[in-house]
Each structure stands twice: as structure tokens, then as C-alpha cells.
Write a protein that binds this ligand. Structure first.
Ligand SMILES: [Zn+2]
Length: 241
């Protein structure tokens, strides 16, 4: 059965001298892996449209029994050139792609994750501030779309309201009150930024926030998805003081 869908290229691996296997995130089917014959031939039109980050329209033959489908057409809708042209935006963007990959699955509809990913990248294209802060905001939006957003107001252990200011934090679910125990401490400014960034659903807030916000949220994402992020290792190596 031939299907047409919009998708974002999450990853692509070389398969043979001339072919690649490209994994798309689609709204209707979640991850769809496609064999793209001829993608590695010089001048391949389809191959050029299938860079990571690209939002594309694809046509493929769908067969339930196959784990890799056959791509027949791909046309570029948005290449997010402003992200690829900026080293830091691209670096943190790879983490976001990896997170979208871990939060989605094959054959499981991913409308919310897809919508969050596309609007994240559109906002990042226009962003002129710290890419690390923007990545913190994007991480929150994707976690929320995947049903894994951290609690920011009520203690995850006892449900009590956690007053403003510093508090504790559990990688299992979010903020923790003074009476319950949790391994991490959140400084008042990180807690404040977490609340502001959680509430900002349309666009990343332009106010400044501690760099620790991304550290916290990326670790939280790793814990929640049970995954090790390759891009995060690179980010941590590069940003280590
Ligand atoms: Zn509590």
C-alpha cells in the first residue's frame, strides 16, 4: 500500500554502496524506517532531501510485515538551514532529535511529539540567545508531548505544594518538598527557570536562566527514557569547564 506523509529525518545510516536507511518521525505512524535506493549516488535528488533535521514529504510502500519500508519519493519542506549553519544550534539540535527518537516508537502515532519537534525547530531557527537555554525549553516541550514532563509545583513523593524558592528534585518525576527525601538540590534560580520554561508553551522565554537548567532536564530525559544519549556525551565534553 502506498502512503504519503510528512516526516522529520531523525537519523540516516549507510546501507550499501548506494543505499541508505533513513528513519523518519511521522505524525501518523511514529517512526518509519525506509530503504532509500540510490541515495548515496552523487547528485541524487532524493538523497539530498534526506539530511537529519529535514522536514520532508515522503511517499513509501507500506507493508506491515516489514521493518524497513521502501521510499519512492521525498521532497523537502524545510531544511532548517539556520540550525545546521550554527554549530551550537546543530549540536543541541542533535540531542533534541535523539530525544524525539527515544520518545517515539515504530507504528505508534506520534502527533504531539511530531508537532512539538517541528515547532521547536521553527522557534530555534529564529532564536538569537544561548542555544543551551533553548535546548532546555525544547526538552521540556518534547517531554510534555511524550507524557513525561517533570512536576514543577507539587512534590512527586507526597503531592504537597512546594513553595517558591529552592527545593529538592527527583529524576523519577520532578520537584520534591522539604519534608520528603530526594538526591538532588535545586537552587532557587534553577527552580524559578524550570517553572517559567515549563509554562512557556509557544516560544522559548527570552529571559536568562542558569545553564544548570539544561543539565537537569537532559539528565531527567535520560532517566525517564532509560537511554544513554550519544549527543549528550559530546555536549558534556565540549561544555566542561
Ligand atoms: Zn513531599
Amino acid at each position: 500500500m502506498q502512503e504519503r506523509s510528512e516526516g522529520v529525518v531523525l537519523r540516516a545510516v549507510d546501507y550499501s554502496e548506494t543505499s541508505r536507511i533513513v528513519t523518519f518521525l511521522t505524525p501518523g505512524r511514529g517512526q518509519v524506517a525506509c530503504m532509500v535506493k540510490g541515495a548515496r549516488r552523487p547528485g541524487s535528488h532524493t538523497g539530498a532531501a534526506l539530511d537529519s533535521f529535514n522536514r520532508v514529504e515522503i511517499v513509501y510502500y507500506w507493508k506491515e510485515s516489514r521493518s524497513v519500508q521502501t521510499l519512492t519519493e521525498a521532497s523537502l519542506l524545510d531544511g532548517f538551514g539556520a540550525i545546521k549553519a550554527d554549530f551550537d544550534k546543530g549540536l543541541y539540535g542533535s540531542f533534541i532529535l535523539e530525544l524525539a527518537y527515544k520518545l517515539s516508537g515504530e507504528g505508534i502515532a506520534a502527533e504531539e511529539i511530531y508537532a512539538a519537534l517541528v515547532s521547536n525547530f521553527e522557534d530555534l531557527t529564529r532564536w538569537t540567545g544561548e542555544p543551551r537555554l533553548h535546548a532546555a525549553w525544547q526538552t521540556l516541550r518534547l517531554l510534555e508531548a511524550g507524557g513525561l514532563a517533570p512536576a514543577v509545583a507539587s512534590c512527586v513523593e507526597c503531592g504537597a505544594y512546594v513553595p517558591e524558592g529552592g527545593c529538592k528534585f527527583s529524576m523519577k518525576g520532578g520537584v520534591v518538598c522539604a519534608d520528603c527525601s530526594a538526591p538532588h538540590r535545586l537552587r532557587p534560580e534553577t527552580r524559578q527557570a524550570l517553572a517559567v520554561f515549563s509554562d512557556a508553551r509557544r516560544a522559548c522565554p527570552t529571559e536568562t536562566a542558569p545553564s544548570a537548567l539544561f543539565t537537569l532536564l537532559s539528565r531527567f530525559a535520560a532517566e525517564q527514557t532509560g537511554a544513554a544519549f550519544r549527543s549528550l556525551q559530546v555536549i558534556e565534553q565540549i561544555t566542561r569547564p
